[in-house]
Ligand binder design. Structure first.
Ligand SMILES: Nc1ncnc2c1ncn2[C@@H]1O[C@H](COP(=O)(O)OP(=O)(O)O)[C@@H](O)[C@H]1O
Ligand SMILES: [Mg+2]
Length: 210
């Protein structure tokens, strides 16, 4: 894989997208995803908040920075360990593309090698059974007990790994201007409890909508 020549993505179809990012499969390795901030999102944000954006040093890369910091926080807990944390998306690096700076991440895949379903996909297609429910509880226990910061624990940000566990693929880190949860484990836990409660409510609402 050539990591130095800027990647050409603009002629490719994204395999997924959320409110903020476009997600592509790496042209040289389908196990790798390339995430860029959606240019439309940048345009909209800049129009809305011109003054603020100009003053922000890291600008639209903030979302990447948040994810990377949490990734490194977890690695710092186990220095020297080779395997990444199973509950968090594995970040492989930062590269340039013709759609701007991108994060290279390990794809969570299903048994056919396609992009894994999210928790939302599972619930919406009635595939959220006892095995998936137990795996979600296991993930939530880890999320609460670990020192990672979480800001967006939505059903779109958890991917179902076919070996039977959930992986958080977005929504890590702290969005607050003053990152107080990073220095207060108590506040961090309190906030995560709230996020977990809200996720449970969201799952119930998705099930009721059936
Ligand atoms: N590592 C990954 N493995 C599998 N699917 C992923 C991965 N990262 C993202 N996706 C898919 O792409 C979607 C959008 O990616 P995400 O990083 O959540 O962007 P956004 O910030 O726009 O929400 C996710 O909801 C998920 O369906
Ligand atoms: Mg997302």
């Amino acid at each position: 894989m050539d990591l130095i020549t800027p990647l050409k993505l603009s002629h490719l179809e994204p395999v997924a997208q959320g409110a903020q990012k476009l997600v592509f499969r790496h042209p040289d390795d389908p196990r790798v995803l390339v995430k860029v901030v959606n240019p439309r999102f940048i345009e909209r944000r800049d129009r809305k908040d011109r003054f603020y954006q100009k003053r922000r040093r890291i600008g639209h890369h903030r979302a990447f920075a948040r994810e990377m910091i949490e990734h490194l926080v977890v690695r710092a807990l186990h220095p020297g360990r080779l395997a990444p944390c199973p509950y968090m998306q594995n970040i492989l690096g930062v590269v340039d593309t013709d759609l701007g700076t991108a994060l290279l991440v390990e794809a969570v895949l299903d048994e056919n090698g396609d992009l894994a379903p999210t928790l939302r996909d599972l619930v919406e297609t009635n595939r959220f059974g006892p095995r998936e429910r137990d795996a979600l509880e296991e993930f939530l226990d880890w999320a609460l007990d670990s020192n990672v910061l979480i800001n967006d624990l939505s059903a779109d940000n958890l991917a179902w790994h076919h070996d039977g566990h959930f992986v958080m693929i977005d929504g890590l880190g702290d969005r607050a201007g003053i990152p107080i949860r990073a220095v207060s484990p108590w506040l961090n836990r309190l906030y995560k409890r709230k996020k977990i409660r809200q996720l449970r409510e969201a799952i119930e609402a998705l099930q009721d909508a059936d």
